[in-house]
Design a protein around this ligand. Structure first.
Ligand SMILES: C[S@@+](CC[C@H](N)C(=O)[O-])C[C@H]1O[C@@H](n2cnc3c(N)ncnc32)[C@H](O)[C@@H]1O
Length: 273
């Protein structure tokens, strides 16, 4: 199952190199990149950089705070929060190709000393008890069956009283998910949970849930805007299509339907360890 997940995301070739070529084709100077120049490709979740900044505001971050990003992907959220708050972020992700690209992309924007990435599994974290001041996970648990283990591990590595922020795609009430979607091409690696069950899982792991926000309506608007842009000018060169492949436009169309039918929902949980 973890092999299937890595294959789904891993693509082929050198991802950082591919992305660098796309950025150059879009007229970007690789010697003078800002984190915001990367956000259309490295903030790999619904509502992009805006959602990351929203999460950061709810996490009480500051200079030298240590943050774990579980399922860090290409590292966009880690870099955005490191830049915005001066915190130090460790990213862990199952997909080696993403960890390699994330490290290279951090050098491009001079954040290599504030963010580090390593390969690993969210359900078995290679970190000490109470190692981090805070943790977050954005659009990751959709690929994980053992969510109880994932959240127990997050609880173990975050200091008592620290924040754990979860922003995920949940199962909605509107019927079965239409595939392919960005996290799965078919149902075998898609494991969505309903909101009540998420609350139970987080509480059973020992977290106190402080706030819950449902952003489904805004998420649907975000996909509608992406669809409109794609039909006007084709997919932008610097998008998730760079690593997701040619069925990315179909994923976007399905997500438009999935969100409008409430087959899926996007929900944020802010928790205290
Ligand atoms: C949709 S991407 C989100 C990446 C990143 N959080 C972001 O928002 O840009 C999902 C990520 O979860 C990772 N992932 C899936 N299952 C995982 C697991 N068991 N442990 C760690 N990472 C996992 C994938 O490799 C992928 O990078």
């Amino acid at each position: 199952m973890s092999d299937q997940v890595q294959t789904h995301y891993g693509g082929g070739g050198d991802l950082a190199d591919e992305i660098a070529k796309k950025l150059e084709a879009a007229g970007k100077n690789l010697g003078d990149l800002k984190t915001s120049d990367l956000s259309t490709v490295d903030e790999f979740h619904i509502r992009g950089r805006k959602a990351t900044l929203e999460l950061g505001r709810q996490m009480n971050l500051g200079r030298d705070v240590s943050v774990l990003d579980i399922g860090s992907g290409l590292g966009g959220p880690a870099r955005t929060l490191a830049e915005e708050y001066g915190c130090n972020v460790t990213g862990i992700d199952l997909t080696q190709a993403f960890c390699d690209a994330a490290s290279q992309m951090s050098e491009w924007v001079n954040l290599g000393n504030q963010v580090i990435f390593q390969q690993g599994d969210a359900t078995s974290l290679p970190f000490r008890d109470n190692q981090f001041d805070a943790a977050m996970t954005i659009h990751v648990a959709m690929n994980i069956t053992a969510k109880d283990k994932m959240y127990a591990e997050a609880k173990r590595v975050v200091k008592p009283g620290g924040v754990f922020a979860v922003y995920d795609v949940l199962k909605g009430e509107g019927g079965d998910v239409l595939f392919p979607v960005p996290w799965a091409r078919e149902s075998s690696i898609s494991h969505l949970e309903i909101r009540d069950e998420m609350e139970a899982l987080l509480t059973q792991a020992g977290f106190e849930i402080i706030q819950i926000d449902d952003s489904t309506e805004e998420s649907h608007g975000w996909f509608k805007e992406m669809l409109a842009r794609m039909s006007e000018s084709g997919p932008s060169p610097v998008t998730f299509q760079a690593f997701m492949g040619d069925d990315f436009p179909e994923m976007v169309r399905n997500q438009d339907r999935n969100l409008s039918d409430r087959r899926v929902r996007t929900v944020t949980f802010i928790c205290k360890a």
